[in-house]
Design a protein. Structure first.
Length: 252
């Protein structure tokens, strides 16, 4: 960083309250993947129960939550990969979400394109993939907003495409000081709309999603098409929309 505007003291001096609805996107086969293995709903329930017993236990502070909400916290200790506000291998989970389903779709579209860019031997899916966007209310009296002064002065640090070191340092201090959520600009959304990093399940003001949408994303070599049927929304992405990240930058 070229400045020292953001410090522990700066974070402590600028807490904000947050009350909003956040959207997250997951692959739609989160429940139907076992259906093809059984002959009835009853058998599927038994299979799902057996599978659940092999997974990490759900912590006490997540026990009352719908599985779509507690999943990022449940598997944190088994996830070796870093994300913007979580170092790889950290036992602390982060629930990433966005202020709009369109921004959440931009995020997942980027990572789907990145997967195939880094796996050149893997053919693109021929059919559109189905995803579920779901909304959950968030309420926190102690949050950090990186889009507001004075912390937005270091926006270049928060929006680096591949180096998350400053975000990791900030998140570690935020956890130490009892902050529950971080509001920041999406790097992957071409319009850089708002994202949320929920650091603790205490920030959920409802125990289950309050709305859902079904989206289909069709990946292409030059980008992707995303479509929601209800409400009817369509988004077209070009690989050049994400060219700030060198991993998706078209070859010269």
């Amino acid at each position: 960083m070229s400045s020292t505007i953001w410090t522990r003291d700066a974070l402590l001096a600028n807490p904000v309250s947050l009350e909003t609805t956040a959207w997250r996107v997951v692959e739609a086969q989160h429940r139907v993947s076992t259906m093809k293995l059984v002959d009835s709903i009853e058998e599927q329930l038994v299979l799902e129960k057996l599978l659940d017993e092999t997974k990490p236990p759900v912590s006490q502070d997540c026990a009352h939550l719908h599985y779509l909400l507690f999943t990022p916290f449940r598997y944190a200790s088994e996830n070796p990969y870093p994300s913007r506000f979580r170092p790889g291998g950290s036992p602390d989970g982060v629930f990433y979400a966005a202020a709009s389903p369109e921004t959440a779709i931009s995020e997942i579209t980027f990572y789907r394109l990145l997967f195939f860019a880094e796996s050149p031997g893997t053919p693109l899916p021929t059919n559109a993939q189905e995803f579920t966007a779901f909304a959950v209310p968030i309420r926190s009296e102690r949050s950090i907003d990186l889009t507001r002064p004075p912390l937005n002065a270091d926006q270049s640090a928060w929006m680096r495409t591949e180096d998350y070191s400053e975000c990791h340092r900030l998140a570690a201090i935020a956890r130490d000081e009892g902050f529950q959520a971080i509001c920041y600009s999406s790097v992957r959304d071409p319009q850089h709309r708002i994202n949320y990093a929920i650091l603790t399940p205490e920030a959920f003001s409802q125990p289950a999603p309050v709305a859902q949408q079904t989206w289909r994303i069709h990946l292409r070599k030059d980008g992707a098409l995303a479509k929601c049927e209800a409400p009817q929304v369509g988004i077209s992405f070009s690989v050049t929309d994400f060219a700030a990240d060198s991993r998706l930058r078209p070859a010269a």
